[in-house]
Design a protein around this ligand. Structure first.
Ligand code: COA
Length: 142
């Protein structure tokens, strides 16, 4: 749970999606270093609910590898898209876009209306959520 809370500060939200989720973990010498969590939102769609790597293992390529492996798995199982919600700023946005995700829509005031406490990063309050989408059908056709 401490790892999952790095990406999503609300434990009650995490507890809600965790039981139905598909999880891939990066494990080295018996220690979990990172994790990625998906929900199947329909027969053809996946939602990336959480991705987190412990700070001491970050910037070593583990997050990118978890994302890459998951995309390959989703292509293999013929899912048509992966969607996710994230903040409107921060390195995470570049991280997802490098993997091919595109901005799909914006949910104004999402972090203000759906989280019990304000969320700050780089000294800036997260207010709006960006919805990102990876079109797997398009990827498979290329
Ligand atoms: N600050 C700035 N850039 C960072 C960073 C940080 N703290 N952590 C990773 N990056 C950059 C890397 O430099 C790299 O960029 P590059 O491709 O230009 O070299 C890119 O992100 C991917 O790095 P990688 O090593 O593959 O990722 P990671 O193992 O560090 O995992 C996260 C990436 C997002 C999973 C990880 O940083 C994390 O757990 N963050 C906290 C939880 C979180 O914010 N989850 C996402 C919620 S939307």
């Amino acid at each position: 749970m401490d790892l999952l809370l790095l990406a999503d500060p609300d434990e009650s939200v995490v507890q809600e999606y965790l039981p139905q989720s598909k999880i891939l973990a990066a494990i080295s010498e018996g220690n979990i270093e990172g994790i990625i969590v998906f929900l199947e939102t329909s027969e053809s769609k996946l939602e990336l609910m959480n991705i987190a790597v412990y700070p001491q293992y970050q910037k070593k390529g583990i997050g990118s590898q978890l994302l890459k492996e998951s995309i390959q798995w989703a292509l293999l199982h013929r899912f048509s898209s992966i969607e996710l919600g994230t903040g409107t700023f921060g390195y995470q946005l570049a991280f997802y876009q490098k993997a091919g995700f595109r901005v799909d829509k914006i949910l104004k005031d999402h972090f203000l209306n759906n989280y019990p406490a304000p969320i700050f990063e780089l000294g800036i309050q997260h207010k709006d959520m960006l919805r990102l989408k990876l079109d797997l059908d398009n990827m498979a056709a290329q």
